[in-house]
Design a protein around this ligand. Sequence first.
Ligand SMILES: [Zn+2]
Length: 225
Amino acid sequence: MTSIRALPTLTAPVEDYLKVIFELEAGDGVAGTNEIAAELGVAPASVSGMVRRLAEHGLITHERYRGVHLTKAGRRAALRTIRRHRVIEAYLTRALGYPWDLVHDEAERLEHAASDELIDRMAAAIGEPTTDPHGAPIPTREGTLDEPELLPLAAVEVGVRVRVQRVGDRDAEQLRYLAELGITPGRQIEVLSRAPFEGPISLRIGRVTKTIGPGLAKQILVAVR
Ligand SMILES: [Zn+2]
């Protein structure tokens, strides 16, 4: 297997586009110009130009009404950036003692600057972690990604005990709140009750009972035991 280290150097904006397209495709499968623009916080018109360039470079295919899809080369490039991002987050927490709510923004910047050599050494220094601090799987240096199937906590039935696997990593305030509640990857929780019509969900976390809203419950991904 060839390493993702053999890929050409790409600019930071190109890497950001490929990463966003990868995430949209992994989500509901459609990465249209509008969705990409919303994710990147830019105007749809500026996305069109970049999409054309990415297609010319063989990183994506673009069909008019069917959105954008990563090619094999585009997927490998996206996975390289995602690996850098998640290794940096893991290194900052494990080696440098960063709290989990402060690493995402650092990783967003550093993921474009770090060499693959540095990333591999960082990963080795902390024992080759398989997930980042938020529970997201880290792609291997060969460019494979093992994404387990997870369920949002919002969809878990009452009375079921589950283990937290992954939480959303973009909102620092939300991460601080989750830490306060004790909702971190690896933690076991039980759904005690759920009000109808997307109402509050009460949880047993360790020995305490906490109530969260359905919006937050969608950001918490679990594995059913
Ligand atoms: Zn992150």
